[in-house]
Design a protein around this ligand. Structure first.
Ligand code: GDP
Ligand code: IMO
Ligand code: MG
Length: 500
């Protein structure tokens, strides 16, 4: 994919949004990096360090959690923005800045919204304590995301600007910690201490055996962050509104529509709206300001990390439990299933085989990603919130797969269910997913089987080189969802990309 092709695809576009139509990890990092060559400004406006966006350049892999994936273009003067809707953890930024420095990259044009939500040790602690109980576990990334947005909505949150004003910071922090310490006193202090020893929580320096939080240590650390970051903290909302129509703006989504707090599989979701609506709002724009939204879709398989419904999961609950077991790593899977391939007859092992072939291990947590077949009812649902323009990624992972299944509908197999003023009855077919747990858990996929293409597509750079079997899969996705594949991705590298 070269500059001429990008310019042609984006003719007339000033503001472009890249979002995910599934459950995250579809290749946003790769595509934001690609389109950063076109953009002047790259901005994130949702989520926080729960994201893990990978950019592969030859043998080097860069994984960004909080810094936008356009940062590798900083030296060329491109501006990267962490917007107001994002959850900003200064400790993570420090780590990412160090990583950039050590690899010869710069961050001089990185701007941080003065109103972004401030992530603090108490958020990570609350997140991890809640997750340590099996009841109500979401399988979060442990980055404090839920609690930081809870504070925001309970009107008790801190914002980035507070780290520039000690008195205000101290006052707000006291208030913020008040309720939390009362609640935390009901927990085992040894467990709290253990959690707070984690390096993401300052390796124990924010813990106090009596008060739970070492107030002064938190104030000192955050004031120090303020000194380091003060020149980068600004009103990014106004900056972006001012740039609208004059500069090329690229909006980088985080997570995916299936994880959106507003549209996802609630309560197994993250805490911000991951659709283009949430993203535009999160950077201070209107959704109508976005000229083109490209929604990424992994195909012909898909993944999900953490708990939550996944009707097409290979191996069903066995897979969900295995992937949700603490301590399962890439190496353990390799040892336990050395020969698992994408063609296994046992569904669970086939899921492992696809995971291995696609390197589907979390970029943030290292957890195995649950794998399953592409779910078109879900895609029909999520594309209502992005656009009909798709980027299809990971096709190459299934190069050796003999039989490919695509879910084109669900059969509802549960008891009668009152769905508003309708009754859902056993046996009915559902073409557009209903994002309700009580429905999804009884949805059995109806599959259509396709012959695999059984050849490597990684070297192919034009769609007309594609085998007929692959063309059939892409056309089926397009016609069944009424979407258009604008780009297909045949490998993780920048050039392994084809514009249709
Ligand atoms: P993100 O969260 O959406 O940015 O995605 P992640 O970075 O978490 O996961 C996507 C993974 O797939 C990364 O390791 C990418 O390098 C890789 N990737 C992206 N596109 C492709 C592709 O078309 N084929 C293959 N094999 N890997 C890809
Ligand atoms: P990117 O941007 C995949 C999932 C977690 C969990 C749920 C809630 O790399 O696609 P949270 O920590 O946000 O409270 O966790 O959301 N999750 C992601 N899954 N990709 C992500 O980001 C994710 N960010 C959060 O696994 O199920
Ligand atoms: Mg990711």
């Amino acid at each position: 994919m070269n500059k001429i092709q990008i310019d042609k695809l984006l003719e007339g576009v000033n503001t472009l949004g890249i979002v995910c139509n599934q459950f995250g990890d579809t290749g946003k990092g790769k595509f934001v990096d690609i389109f950063a060559s076109w953009a002047d400004i790259i901005a994130r406006g949702t989520g926080g360090a729960n994201a893990g966006h990978t950019i592969k350049l030859g043998d080097t892999e860069h994984i960004f959690h909080l810094i936008p994936s356009g940062i590798l273009y900083d030296k060329e003067g491109k501006i990267n923005i962490i917007g107001t809707g994002a959850a900003f953890d200064p400790a993570v930024i420090m780590e990412e800045i160090e990583l950039l420095k050590s690899t010869g990259y710069t961050y001089k044009n990185l701007l941080i919204s003065r109103n972004a939500h401030l992530v603090m040790p108490q958020h990570l602690l609350m997140d991890r304590i809640k997750e340590s109980k099996s009841d109500g576990k979401i399988g979060t990334t442990g980055r404090g995301i839920g609690p930081v947005y809870v504070d925001y909505y309970s009107r008790n949150g801190l914002v980035v600007n507070d780290i520039l004003n000690k008195e205000i910071f101290v006052r707000k922090l006291k208030k913020n910690l008040n309720d939390k310490t009362t609640l935390l006193r009901g927990y085992d202090i040894a467990q709290i201490e253990e959690i707070m020893k984690h390096k993401h929580l300052g390796s124990g320096k924010f813990f106090d055996a009596k008060e739970i939080f070492n107030f002064d240590a938190i104030v000192d650390a955050y004031m120090e962050y303020g000194k380091i970051l003060e020149n980068q903290i600004t009103d990014t909302d106004s900056f972006l509104r001012e740039a609208l129509g004059k500069k090329k703006i690229l909006l980088e989504g985080a997570q995916g529509a299936g994880l959106s707090i507003d549209y996802g599989t609630y309560p197994y979701v993250t805490a911000s709206d991951c659709t283009i609506g949430g993203l535009a709002k999160g950077v201070g724009l209107k959704v109508s300001d976005v000229d083109l939204t490209l929604g990424i879709v992994k195909a012909p398989y898909m993944t999900r990390v953490g708990e939550g419904p996944f009707p097409t999961e290979l191996g069903g609950t066995k897979s969900a439990e295995w992937c949700g077991t603490a301590g399962i790593t890439k190496d353990i899977e390799k040892e336990k299933f050395p020969n698992a391939s994408v063609n296994e007859t046992d569904e669970f092992v086939q899921g492992v085989g696809i995971r291995k072939a696609g390197f589907e291990y979390g970029a943030t947590t290292g957890r195995p990603r649950r794998t399953g077949w592409l779910d078109l009812p879900f895609l029909r649902y999520t594309t209502q919130f992005s656009s009909k323009d798709l980027i299809i990624t990971k096709l190459d992972v299934m190069d050796e797969c003999e039989n490919i299944l695509i879910c084109n509908a669900y059969t509802y197999e549960g008891p009668d269910f009152n769905l508003g003023n309708k009754i859902l009855k056993k046996g009915i077919q559902i073409k557009i997913a209903i994002p309700d747990l009580e429905v999804l858990k009884y949805c059995k996929p109806v599959y259509k089987t396709f012959k695999g293409w059984l050849t490597s597509i990684r070297e192919m750079r034009e769609v007309n080189q594609f085998p007929e079997e692959l063309k059939a899969v892409i056309s089926f996705i397009e016609s069944e969802t009424d979407c258009k594949a604008r780009i297909v991705s045949v490998g993780p590298d920048r050039d392994e990309t084809i514009i249709i």
